[in-house]
Design a protein around this ligand. Structure first.
Ligand SMILES: O=C(CO)[C@@H](O)[C@H](O)COP(=O)(O)O
Ligand SMILES: [Co+2]
Length: 221
């Protein structure tokens, strides 16, 4: 199933509740929340109190993308704060299996994210325990960067391995530089969840922008 996930990193944070609700009204499927610690990536974004406030103000599915060095300590705290899914980086300092167990023990969905230079095969040992794999199509840390089309083979490899294992409902998410010009390539390669920050929050008409992204993805078929 094709899902559109606006990244609030590009929204107007002074009006966060409205910005999320406007994307709900525009037909977005989930909300992507980028958490950056200034250590794993060279940027700082938002933390636990913001996720807790968001949880109180919306029933949208909150997909929390942790770009932090210590997801073992903080992942469960984001789960408690109201994340529906916690996605952590396999390149973090935490042992992946321990993070998966910690998030699942909170009753939340869990995903693993791969930076562009990380091989697809790194996530294979964990696939059968995951709800989602996130393939970064930019170096994590900032919105508004250019889509790396050379990540498409990685998407194909992961989708093929999921099919081989019978994981037919696995969500494969792409994040970074997704817009009307790039979404079809990612969709054709096997992605089905599309994060878009600047391509959605940068537009005056959110519904038109969400609809157009969906249409451009489907134009790949
Ligand atoms: O995780 C990240 C950046 O590290 C993203 O979620 C960005 O927020 C996507 O922004 P655009 O590339 O769509 O502008
Ligand atoms: Co992200």
């Amino acid at each position: 199933m094709l899902k559109i996930a606006p990244s609030i990193l590009s929204c107007d944070f002074a009006n966060l509740g409205k910005e999320v609700n406007d994307m709900k009204l525009a037909g977005a499927d989930l909300i992507h929340v980028d958490v950056m610690d200034g250590h794993f990536v060279p940027n700082i974004s938002l933390g636990l109190p913001v996720v807790a406030s968001l949880r109180k103000s919306t029933d949208m599915f909150l997909d929390v993308h942790l770009m932090i060095s210590d997801p073992l300590t903080y992942g469960p705290q984001f789960a408690d704060a109201g994340a529906d899914m916690v996605v952590f980086h396999i390149e973090s300092d935490s042992p992946p299996q321990a993070v998966i167990d910690a998030i699942k023990s909170k009753g939340k969905k869990v995903g693993i994210s791969l930076k562009p230079k990380t091989a697809a095969q790194e996530v294979f040992p964990y696939l059968d325990q995951l709800d989602m794999v996130l393939v970064m199509t930019v170096e994590p840390g900032f919105g508004g960067q250019k889509f790396m089309a050379d990540m498409c083979p990685k998407l194909e490899i992961i989708r093929r391995e999921c099919e081989r294992l019978g994981l037919l409902t696995m969500d494969i998410q792409v994040d970074g530089g997704i817009d009307n010009n790039t979404i079809a390539a990612a969709y054709s390669a096997g992605a089905n969840v599309f994060v878009a920050g600047s391509a959605l929050y940068g537009k005056p008409d959110y519904k038109k922008a969400v609809d157009e992204l969906r249409e451009h993805a489907r134009s790949a078929i």
